[in-house]
Each structure stands twice: as structure tokens, then as C-alpha cells.
Design a protein around this ligand. Sequence first.
Ligand code: SME
Length: 179
Amino acid sequence: MKENRTDTEVHRMEPEDKRILFKRLLDDIAAIVDSPEDVRDKMQDTCQLIMNKIGYYDWVGFYLVCPDKDRCLYLGPYVGDPTEHVNIQFGEGICGQSAETKKIYVVPNVCEVTNYLSCSPKVQSEIVVPIMKGDKFLGELDIDSHLIDPFTQEDEKFLQDAADLFADVLLLNSHTYIK
Ligand code: SME
């Protein structure tokens, strides 16, 4: 459970205020990515930072391309409730569809979609952003919220920029972050 939840306030922030908050967070994520930590710690610290600072983000995690299975994702570092979905086939659920198409998926209300893998009945909405280096698909950032329809264009841009910050480091370290 999050302490001092500010989800309502943050959800209702003006777009400009969101942009200011997200810009600050991106600077902090860039510093984490540039730090000497290993790549798993960079991912873990980024999840924790995002989770702490954005009240309406209730699960923040990375899914990464399986090294040893075809068209499969595995669960990387995350913060939030444990999930049974530690492996997801391309095409399966929101994460698998994003992996298949290499596109951002925003689901304002998970009850309204069929190809969805539930990790908690509390989750009401989800956004998944692919991490790409050129044409190479490396993994995804996955965010769940307990609110309906909280994600705006500012969230999409923020998460795309955060994903882009990880592209080089995931590509370079794929031999170490892979199980
Ligand atoms: N809901 C996702 C599965 C991952 S959990 O949310 C952590 C999906 O439909 O792909």
C-alpha cells in the first residue's frame, strides 16, 4: 500500500504541471541510467522512483525479451504486488500485444478489453511502452493503475522518454540482465 497517496491530485494536475514533474523525473532517471550500478539495479531504482513520485501508478515494472524462448517476455525488476505473469508470449495480454506490434498500448479500463492478463483485481487501467533500439525490440515498461483512465498524452510521452533512456543500456548489457 502506498503511503500518502496523492493519486487524485496528481491525476488532476494540469498538463503543464505534469510536464514539469515528468521532466524532473526524467532527469533523475537519466542520472540512474548513467550511474555505475548494474543494469538490474538501474531498472529497480527507476521503478521505485516512478512508483514513489506518481501517486496513480500502482505497479511499475519491466518485461524483457526472453533470451532462450521464441517470442516470449519475462518479468524483470518491478515494484508492486507480485504477479503470476512471469512469462508472457508475444500477442498475449496487453504486454504481449505491445511486444507483437512494437506500439504503445493504453487501456483506460481493463474491464473493456478481452485480451488482457489480470495480475490483481484492483487494477483498472494499464499502459505499456516498448523499449526499442532502432528496429530492435528489447522489452517494455508496464504500468498499472487502480484508477480508471488516468493516463494522458503526458504520461505516454514521459514513459516513452523513460523507455528511450534505457535502450542503450539494455542493448549493451543484454548478456547480464538476461537471467
Ligand atoms: N496486465 C498485463 C500483464 C502484466 S501484469 O499487469 C503485471 C497484460 O495484460 O499483459
